[in-house]
Design a binder for this molecule. Structure first.
Ligand code: FAD
Length: 407
């Protein structure tokens, strides 16, 4: 018997930040969409992320900014410390601002953001346990084959399916490359309060990059990125070994004792390691970010190393711009009673125009910042300690100035 085929106007693949924020943006424009998620529930990976001003602009556009602000402390300073000397290489007061609006930086728990986005969506928008396994064409429509054997016909297909995106592959985008670096992340919970200052603390040099920041009064998020050498036995294979690995590395350097205590405090199952991957920016200059009625957003479009802490923030920018461009096209199409996809294609092309250079700039800058911050090379280390730390700190703030606008 042939599998039953159902039809939907707009199908979004993936219920991460990109998928949920795009669905919410469209919903706010009065446009319905269906989000297909392979996991049986919201998939939270990575504990927390740094959300800069550009992310809060996007969250405000989506109507959830204040909810997230109430749940997270505003970070007051960015302190970059040299692990070689133990000294403060650079401290930027985030409460002082120049020409633009004040800085806003919070370390946001991923589960809380996903829940906030989900809560605003109409019931039934997300279909869980729905993994797309293949995409075929039938005229202008896309035929999606699901792992459970069902088939869905989509008029518009939006790939928000992360770094291993099937939709990106169907558009011909290159597979992300391994950067040669690995990141470990953890969350330390202090039920009676951690007492840490609301500062964004970062340790650089000696072949690794590490940092920590409080999310709220009880949770501190930390990360550690390094380059496993050819001779290394590789990444530690259990959460316990990973934690010991990070502690051994940090103890051998001049990292403050209070920072070590955060990692010691972390429960073993609250530690996660991932290889860092990025999409080469050069082919993205001419690549198809959208084709016909298909496009990609979030990590499916611009996987980058986490050195700018902008992957998730720029994903939220994508969502607002995509919802604005696509929403306008769809509403115009139905107002005029147009047949065909011309307006939708034009809307997606407009989105791609906004996002192409922003994506290329972010991927490239993130890679360069990671290279400089983590390098063990004597000359780069010298330049970094003497001159580059301030430049890098200003670069982080500059990237967060982007304004995606309103819906
Ligand atoms: C170590 C590290 C630290 C980071 N730190 C920061 C930071 O501080 N600040 C910041 O802004 N960003 C940070 N990022 C980047 C950020 O995590 C990502 O950019 C962001 O999570 C991307 O969201 P997304 O929705 O595009 O993808 P994802 O969160 O990966 O969501 C994709 C979703 O699609 C689903 N899916 C995949 N394939 C299918 C399929 N075939 N069918 C159905 N569903 C599917 C998945 O289950 C998943 O739920 C960091 C990344 C890493 C690796």
């Amino acid at each position: 018997m042939e599998p039953k085929e159902t039809a939907e106007d707009i199908v979004i693949v993936g219920a991460g930040f990109a998928g949920l924020a795009t669905a919410l943006g469209l919903h706010k424009k009065g446009v319905r969409s269906l989000v297909l998620e392979s996991s049986p529930e919201l998939r939270v990976s990575g504990f927390a992320f740094t959300a800069w001003k550009n992310a809060f602009r996007a969250l405000d556009a989506l109507g959830v900014g204040d909810k997230i602000r109430k749940q997270h402390v505003q970070l007051q300073a960015l302190r970059i410390m040299s692990s070689a000397t133990g000294e403060i290489a650079q401290e930027v007061d985030l409460t002082v601002h120049g020409k633009g609006e004040p800085n806003e930086i919070r370390c946001v728990r991923r589960d809380l953001l996903l829940q906030a986005l989900e809560e605003e969506l109409p019931r039934g928008t997300i279909r869980y346990s729905s993994k797309i396994v293949s995409i075929e064409e039938d005229g202008a429509a896309k035929i999606l084959q699901l792992a459970d054997g069902s088939v869905l016909r989509a008029k518009v297909l939006i790939g928000c399916d992360g770094i291993n995106s099937l939709v990106a592959t169907s558009l011909g985008l290159a597979k992300p490359s391994y950067s040669g670096r690995v990141a470990m992340r953890g969350l330390a919970h202090f039920p009676d309060g951690h007492g840490f200052e609301p500062k964004f603390l970062q340790f650089i040099g000696r072949g690794f990059r590490s940092g920590m920041r409080p999310c709220n009064e009880t949770d501190i998020y930390w990360f550690f990125t390094w380059t496993p050498s050819e001779n290394d036995k590789g990444v530690p294979d259990s959460a316990g070994k990973m934690k010991q690995f990070v502690l051994a590395n940090l103890r051998s350097l001049k990292v403050p004792a209070e920072a070590l205590s955060v990692i010691e405090r972390t429960e073993m199952n609250d530690v996660l390691a991932v290889p860092l991957r990025f999409r080469s920016p050069l082919p993205l200059i001419t690549a198809s970010i959208c084709k016909g009625n298909v496009c990609v957003a979030g990590d499916a479009l611009h996987p980058m190393t986490p050195d700018l802490a902008q992957g998730g923030c720029s994903t939220l920018e994508d969502a607002v711009i995509l919802a604005r461009c696509l929403g306008k096209a769809i509403l115009e199409e139905s107002r005029r009673g147009d047949a065909g996809n011309k307006r939708i294609e034009a809307g997606l092309n407009e989105y791609a125009k906004f996002r192409r250079w922003r994506s290329i700039e972010l991927i490239t800058t993130a890679y360069a910042v990671g290279f400089i911050q983590q390098s063990n090379n004597v000359i780069i280390s010298f330049l970094r300690e003497k001159f580059l730390s301030g430049f890098l700190a200003r670069r982080l703030l500059k990237m967060a100035e982007y304004n995606c606008g309103t819906l």
